[in-house]
Design a protein around this ligand. Structure first.
Ligand code: HEM
Length: 463
């Protein structure tokens, strides 16, 4: 009797599950949609996607081709793994393929955040941002600040075991705060740090506004960050001293067409902090890891930096010409970003029904422009799983048309050069001052983002 009951319960559950899966497939069975599966109602295939990561994508591609439908992270989604099509999507925002980042991210980063605006508003906001982080600004104003920051951030590490993940995250945030508003250490920075970490976690959470959720905490952190920044802006306005940092530039814009409101200035600052935070810190951490594992690359990198130091006095900062001469360092950074895949892809959404690749994509569907696989294409990168920075010494690799580590089209990363300058300066002081060994036992996850869940510990000794 008990056996019969168990069989009945299992059979009943199987029927319910099959019916639910079938219902969800039928719900999305519109003429013209690409092939693929939609998984469970509401949850879709999110669990499989997060659990299996890149293998989920590869399996679906094997079954349905490079352009398939799915339901992940709460939305019906088209996944595009086709390099040519990915390029087309990134180049055609004007045809209704706008950024499609999750609601929690938009809520917490603000309405004036660059990912939330399109068309002419995006153009003018991007223009304002570019003027703050252009090569001229890096050369004249930002590089001296970055140099000063790195010198002090990387002091007193000798003889210590450090968590390089924590140090690079702190570095990315504090270096940006120094460039933005001259903040470096002290009570304002100390108050800012925990709020910013909560804000980042909130943007990666489900938008559930209940006490104790990361979303609620992230939203509260946004409010606290706004009040800190408002106070900094008020103090700036009250001071007669002209400040040569990003905030100083934003406050000096007088042209009434381009004059920014305080809300816009604050969202610009949050955008700069947020966009450069995980990208710069994770690339720096992974560069340390790969260099440790590849002594020949470390030796060549160190020689490049020791040669620069030889030309200079002990405390003399590195300048634009030094930065431009760091050819191998740049190659190490590109190879790190490629092999670790710091960015798996970018999200877009359709603003109207449209035809893509011979299929009809409904309005408001998300498109996951999945660029990860391009990084391991053996035609572009022979022996793609090998860390080989020398391949980037051929400049044409950086300008090949499927190079999407920094995105593409009208959303191409405006912080690319700034990010590379920061990581290069970090590596400069790290390899000329220290050698290091892996403590061992730390795990690095590669998906959905690159992170060491328990930190990445290294023992540092002076060089
Ligand atoms: C290794 C470092 C970096 C990597 C790999 C990287 C990667 C990317 C990628 C892939 C995009 C395209 C996003 C999309 O199309 O939706 C992007 C956009 C962006 N990045 Fe970066 N980034 C880096 C550093 C930085 C830094 C340091 C900043 C700081 C200023 C920054 C600011 C931005 C902004 C504001 C956008 C949005 C541009 C727009 O929507 O017009 N990035 N980045």
């Amino acid at each position: 009797m008990a056996v019969l009951l168990v069989v009945f319960v299992v059979a009943f559950w199987l029927c319910v599950c099959t019916a639910l899966l079938r219902w969800n497939e039928v719900r999305y069975r519109k003429k013209g949609l690409p092939p693929g599966t939609m998984g469970w109602p509401v949850f879709g295939e999110t669990t499989e996607f997060l659990k299996q990561g890149p293998n989920f994508m590869k399996n679906q591609r094997a079954r349905y081709g490079k352009f398939f439908k799915s339901h992940i992270l709460g939305c019906p989604t088209i996944v595009s793994m086709d390099p040519e099509l990915n390029r087309f999507i990134l180049l055609n925002e004007g045809k209704g393929l706008v950024p499609g980042y999750p609601q929690s991210m938009l809520d917490i980063l603000g309405n004036c955040n660059i990912a939330a605006v399109h068309g002419s508003t995006h153009k003018y906001m991007r223009g304002a941002l570019l003027s703050l982080i252009s090569p001229t600004m890096i050369k004249d104003q930002l590089l001296p600040k970055i140099d000063e920051f790195m010198k002090s951030h990387l002091s007193n590490w000798d003889g210590k075991t450090i968590n390089i993940q924590e140090k690079t995250k702190e570095m990315a945030l504090l270096s940006s705060l120094k460039q933005i508003a001259g903040m470096e250490s002290g009570p304002v920075c100390e108050a800012f740090k925990p709020e910013f970490y909560k804000l980042v976690l909130g943007t990666l959470s489900l938008p559930i506004d209940l006490p104790g959720t990361n979303y609620r905490r992230g939203f509260q952190a946004r409010k606290n960050i706004i009040s800190i920044l408002r106070q900094v802006i008020e103090e700036r306005r009250a001071s007669p001293k002209a400040q040569h940092d990003m905030l100083g530039c934003l406050l000096r814009i007088e042209d009434s067409r381009h004059k920014l409101s305080d809300e816009e200035i604050i969202d610009h600052i949050i955008t700069i902090l947020y966009s450069g935070y995980e990208t710069v810190s994770t690339t720096s951490m992974m560069a340390v890891k790969y260099l440790h594992d590849h002594p020949r690359a470390l030796q060549e990198l160190r020689e490049e930096h020791l040669n620069i130091r030889e030309r200079k006095g002990p405390e003399e900062p590195i300048d634009w010409n030094d930065y431009k001469s760091m050819r191998f360092t740049r190659a190490v950074i590109f190879e790190t970003a490629r092999l670790a895949t710091i960015v798996n892809g970018v999200l877009r959404k359709t603003t109207r029904e449209m035809e893509l690749n011979g299929f009809v994509i409904p309005k408001d569907w998300r498109i996951y422009v999945y660029t990860r696989e391009i990084n391991y294409d053996p035609f572009l990168y022979p022996d793609p799983l090998i860390f080989n920075p020398w391949r980037w010494l051929d400049k044409s690799l950086e300008s090949q048309k499927y190079f999407m580590i920094f995105g593409g089209g009208s959303r191409l990363c405006p912080g690319k050069e700034l990010g590379i300058a920061e990581i290069s300066t970090f590596l400069h002081y790290f390899v000329t001052r220290y050698r290091w060994e892996d403590v061992g036992g730390d795990k690095i996850l590669k998906f959905p983002r690159v992170e060491a869940p328990n930190g990445l510990h290294i023992r540092v000794l002076s060089y």
